[in-house]
Design a protein. Structure first.
Length: 382
């Protein structure tokens, strides 16, 4: 980072963070972390973000986040769906944790140095792989991720998962159909909410040992729901999901873009249409069962949805097809990172010793861990 111009008020920021956390023995290290963060911000041309009162608080929280207080709490865990199994923890992350992770994601996604923390951009979506290059993590991040991983283990029963990944999905200005009448005009409008990303199962792209996914939402959004179009009583969608899996498809994009199998094309459209219907009328409930089947989980800051891709028999659950609906809002200018959807994701994979004969037994046990309506899980915040 040699030659990077630092903001003229860098010294003031350093003094501020040192004074703010004077009780901490690591104040000097915190200031060093802030300097690194400001270098990223300045190099990306967004130093003004760090200078605002709100932005400064977000940046300062990255290094010492909850390092000086340890608290344990018990959170309720709901089960909005059993086909596929979905557990919903409304207080999986605290508000400061969400703010800190978003601040880190903004820096990594915008900075030319983002690759050092594993940032990449595929299409319109940003990905920040938090398991890479820990030497570039701000102080406290490794500890925070370890804490979140313990909570994920409490939900899934898996001793370890893939590296955490921060995902940012930008908002779109155009608005799709909000009512069944609007959606029924054409096939394109019927599948609008899910057509940009499609729906898939988590064995997609060659990951047959993924059995559960923890998806934590870092902010509230308009749109952006996680949809399970074949969940529950969605019989037509579930039949389509079974046929697609039997034909070797794990993503609707592959079925839609081919010309040889009209049946697969129709089945993919059935899934997309079922998922898009879940978004109609903008039902405000956090977890919603559609009138024709299917389940929708609306992003809510701090909440997490944990869902199982494998059923009790160890095979891919046809009801686990899922996708993210479009996020609605502005997309240009300084609000680009304000209006999109931020999530923290971890795929849980079968331990190597449980991938053959013990596969089904391990999955069954993980699906029957403590939770459900009225149940609770206890975990450390730090």
């Amino acid at each position: 980072m040699s030659g990077t111009r630092l903001p003229p008020n860098l010294g003031a920021h350093s003094r501020r963070v040192t004074e703010l956390f004077r009780p901490l023995p690591l104040a000097e290290r915190l200031a060093d972390s802030l300097i690194l963060l400001l270098r990223y911000l300045d190099a990306a041309g967004i130093a003004a973000y760090a200078s605002t009162a709100k932005g400064s608080r977000h940046c300062l929280r990255l290094a010492p986040l909850l390092a000086y207080e340890a608290a344990a709490r018990c959170t309720s865990v709901e089960t909005p769906s059993t086909e596929p199994l979905v557990r919903y923890a409304p207080e999986f992350l605290s508000r400061p944790e969400c703010e800190a992770l978003i601040a880190l994601g903004r820096v990594a996604s915008s900075s030319p140095f983002g690759g050092r923390v594993g940032a990449r951009r595929l299409g319109a979506k940003h990905y920040v792989q938090l398991g890479l290059a820990p030497e570039f993590h701000p102080d406290g991040l490794t500890r925070l991720l370890a804490s979140i991983d313990r909570r994920a283990r409490s939900l899934t029963g898996c001793p370890a998962g893939d590296a955490f990944e921060l995902n940012f999905t930008p908002a779109r200005r155009e608005v799709g159909p909000r009512t069944a009448a609007e959606a029924g005009v054409t096939l394109d409008s019927a599948v609008w909410w899910l057509s940009s990303g499609g729906v898939h199962v988590d064995s997609n792209n060659g990951f047959p040992h993924r059995y559960a996914t923890v998806l934590a939402y870092l902010n509230d959004t308009s749109g952006g729901a996680t949809c399970f179009p074949a969940a529950g009583t969605a019989r037509a969608a579930k039949d389509a999901a079974v046929r697609l899996l039997a034909a070797g498809y794990t993503h609707t994009d592959a079925a839609v873009r081919q010309d040889d199998d009209e049946g697969a094309f129709d089945d993919a459209c059935t899934l997309l249409e079922s998922g898009s219907r879940l978004m109609l009328d903008d039902v405000p409930a956090t977890t919603t069962r559609g009138p024709h089947g299917g389940v929708r989980v609306q992003p809510k800051a701090g909440a997490a949805a944990c869902f199982w891709s494998l059923g009790d028999d160890g095979a891919v659950d046809p009801a686990s097809w899922h996708g993210g609906a479009r996020v609605v809002g502005g997309e240009d200018g300084p609000s680009y990172f304000e209006n999109g959807k931020w999530t923290l994701q971890s795929f849980r994979q079968l331990p190597e010793t449980k991938r053959d004969a013990d596969r089904a037994d391990f999955v069954r046990r993980s699906r029957r861990r403590e939770g459900g309506e009225g149940g609770g899980l206890r975990w450390e915040l730090v």
